[in-house]
Design a protein around this ligand. Sequence first.
Ligand SMILES: Nc1ncnc2c1ncn2[C@@H]1O[C@H](COP(=O)(O)OP(=O)(O)OP(=O)(O)O)[C@@H](O)[C@H]1O
Length: 317
Amino acid sequence: MIIDARELRKTFTTKSRKGTQTVEAVKEVSLQVDKGQIYGVLGPNGAGKTTTIRMLATLITPDSGTATVAGHNLLKEPGLVRRSLGYVSQAGGVDENVSPRAQITFGARIYGVADVENAVESVLKRLDLVEFADRPARTLSGGQKRRVAIGLGLVHSPPLLFLDEPTTGLDPQNRANLWDRIAELREQGTSVLLSTHYLEEADALCDRLAIVDHGVIVAEGTASELKRQIQGDVISLRLDDLGRGAEVLAPYAKETRVDDDLLRVYVDDGEHTLPSLLRTLEERQLQIKSIAMTSATLDDVFLAKTGRSLRDTGAES
Ligand SMILES: Nc1ncnc2c1ncn2[C@@H]1O[C@H](COP(=O)(O)OP(=O)(O)OP(=O)(O)O)[C@@H](O)[C@H]1O
């Protein structure tokens, strides 16, 4: 196991003219990450993802709880923990005026890497940065800059890499490209803990996931394990009268839920339920504007655990 965190907790207190404000950013988070895994922490803005990663990266001290990170005790051996990991923040820390090669070389020297030139060359190659390694970073695209940031976190060949929302703000093509690069890191033996608010990213890239909300892990497992918990299908309907629709369809459903202009009907077996459900709506003269049937998604897991949709929190934008 590369990370074994037990009941980490962090509260922030800020003082302003309006008085003292306390935020329980992380409440007793425990997580275990196996070596060689890509582990995702999925949740909306403000869920406590960054705070969790910063605690595990020794950048802030937990109020309580313990952790072993890369074989070292987080509280008693923070220096050894720090040397065993790479940390790439949301902002990235790339210097716009300096070339990728120069920045990564500087990083290698700071870490005391033995063969700097070789280490830098290898990182540039691994992240497909060779072509523009000598241009100022400001001339690179968003996706290329993100790869430079990851290069800075990798230059001392740490066994563990923390990536805080690595693909936020990237277009779908650059995002998919970065997923490939991150998956390659796993193949080369690096363990990765990443935070994300993209359902698709968690589903496609992560071996295991912790879904967090308000500082608490609400679900944990592989994406398919989590989806299996929400067995069956989701029938999503737009109707003139959603409230009446929910009432009429309740006998067919494990659960119904109305969110804005959408009625979600959770059923065990969508294919067989759909014909009678449609007949009932017609008999009750409820006009259907649109209908879709999908298998349960990670968003349905989030919805079932928290009572709201991750998409509705604005996290997917
Ligand atoms: N230094 C700080 N001082 C006060 N409050 C803080 C501090 N850092 C984080 N918080 C608060 O703690 C909560 C969790 O923040 P955190 O940054 O961990 O969330 P997050 O899940 O990473 O969100 P995002 O996706 O927006 O980055 C938020 O309510 C945030 O405002």
